[in-house]
Design a protein around this ligand. Structure first.
Ligand code: 4AD
Ligand code: MG
Length: 430
């Protein structure tokens, strides 16, 4: 019977066949231990000289890394392995012999691994990170579907910019100019006026010349947008959503977190509600901590975010930022016009901002004033203004960066390991 490594617990004591690759191997005179991977997981297969033909034993002993095979044997319990099972091999058929696989179990430099990303993905750690990524995506759909949201797919090719024009990827759209989407937000606001609560999950593009552990040129964003939801209510949804992601990964990715050596005690305490500080309070806190380089009106850099996160040791919302350093669509605080009703959610352990969100302007005159201040003209923006014209309502939304969230939950240092094929400054291949 054909099965997969993920399913072996259902086949204890049975003889099964698995399609697999050789990840690693060690052997002595009479026994070979094959570390197999089949995509669904990793498992040890034991080939004893006494159990198989001489030909099969020699094949197993001499097999090269990444050789593909159909391997047959009995599934037996093995309490020492994380999987809990191993295979006692009775037969083995090589499908394709791999010669000189470049990625060996020894350490390689980052550039070498990035050049071989198409192969590097096969390694145990990268496999675990992709499984964590998948779990976050699964739990996202679960959370938003369970809470009455409708999935909406905004366009990738756009004529407008949501987050400012400096980071846009330009392309031609026949005879017109177009840009790759930085955020689906403006379209999601339109959709929220049609469907109430909506969310999107898709690729976004930023021509940012930043070479940091937190920046990708192409990254994926979850963007919910909600009609009749005000700033504080949005924060509650954000903290419930992030708690759900963390708890889902803890529950469903135990093997993966173990492979990654993730300290799960830090994740276990991540439960809503999250602490909240205003921008002003955050500045005061930074000054107390000895940051002399920051004043009211400045944006935060990575060291500032990390210092705030360390102080709370939980995801923390920094709210009410100065209007001048935030996007044009954010609603001013009615009590203090110089700040806007927005929040960044900063992840613990130095992983930085994972969510940016705000209540949106819903007043036509104010939106027109913002258009003037930001020089937004032409058909690309005309339609968005009309949202304030026909039954405008209070509404809020946010965007969660998938890769930064994967990095945080997996405990990997750099976002380049959290997406299958990262697009980075100076890297378009593989
Ligand atoms: O804070 P940002 O720019 O917010 C928006 O785009 C809003 N329009 C979202 C919304 O309200 N619908 O980006 C949101 C999140 C950030 O908090 C961060 O997690 C991630 O997207 N992000 C990046 N991730 C990787 N590489 C980059 N270059 C990123 N830029 C933003
Ligand atoms: Mg932001």
């Amino acid at each position: 019977m054909k099965t997969t490594i993920a399913q072996v617990s259902k086949h204890e004591g049975e003889k099964v066949t698995i399609g697999a690759w050789l990840a690693n191997k060690r052997s002595s005179g009479k026994i070979a231990f094959l570390q197999l991977r089949d995509g669904s997981g990793f498992m040890q297969a034991v080939v004893a000289k006494s159990d198989v033909s001489e030909e099969v034993f020699q094949t197993a002993k001499n097999m090269s890394q990444e050789t593909s095979m159909y391997i047959t044997g009995t599934i037996v319990e093995d309490t020492r392995s994380p999987l809990g099972y191993e295979m006692h091999v009775t037969d083995l058929e090589v499908i394709h012999e791999a010669v000189d696989y470049p990625i060996t179990p020894k350490e390689h430099g980052t550039e070498f691994l990035m050049d071989h990303r198409h192969l590097w993905l096969r390694s145990k750690k990268q496999h675990a990170v992709m499984k964590v990524r998948n779990e976050i995506i699964r739990a996202t759909y679960e959370f938003f579907n369970d809470n009455g949201f409708v999935k909406i797919d905004p366009p990738i090719l756009t004529g407008s910019s949501a987050e400012g024009t400096t980071e846009l990827f330009h392309t031609k759209y026949f005879d017109e100019d177009a840009y790759l989407s930085q955020s689906g937000q403006l379209y999601l606001e339109a959709a929220a006026m049609a469907l109430g609560k909506v969310f999107s999950f898709g690729p976004t593009f930023r021509a940012e010349k930043s070479k940091t552990r937190r920046h990708l040129i192409e990254f994926w964003m979850m963007e919910p947008e909600m009609a009749f939801v005000e700033h504080d209510e949005s924060l509650e949804i954000q903290e419930n959503y992030v708690s759900h992601l963390v708890q889902s990964v803890l529950k469903n990715c135990k093997l993966e977190l173990d492979v990654l050596g993730r300290d799960t005690s830090k994740l276990e305490k991540v439960k809503a509600p999250f602490p909240r500080v205003t921008y002003e309070e955050a500045i005061a806190l930074l000054k107390e901590k000895g940051f002399t380089d920051i004043d009211w009106g400045d944006d935060f850099g990575a060291p500032h975010e990390t210092a705030i996160a360390e102080h709370f040791d939980m995801p923390v919302f920094i709210t009410h930022w100065p209007k001048d350093i935030k996007a044009f669509y954010m609603k001013p605080d009615p009590n203090r016009e110089e700040v806007v009703l927005c929040a960044d959610l900063i992840a613990p352990e130095g992983y930085g901002e994972i969510i940016g969100g705000s209540q949106r302007i819903d007043d036509l005159d104010l939106m027109k004033q913002r258009y003037e201040e930001h020089g937004l003209t032409g058909p690309a923006y005309k339609w968005y203004l009309e949202l304030c014209q026909y039954g405008s309502v209070p509404h809020s939304g946010f965007g969660l960066g998938l890769e930064r969230t994967v990095a945080w939950l997996s405990g990997v240092e750099h976002v380049r390991e959290t997406i299958p094929f990262p697009r980075l400054l100076n890297r378009l291949y593989p």
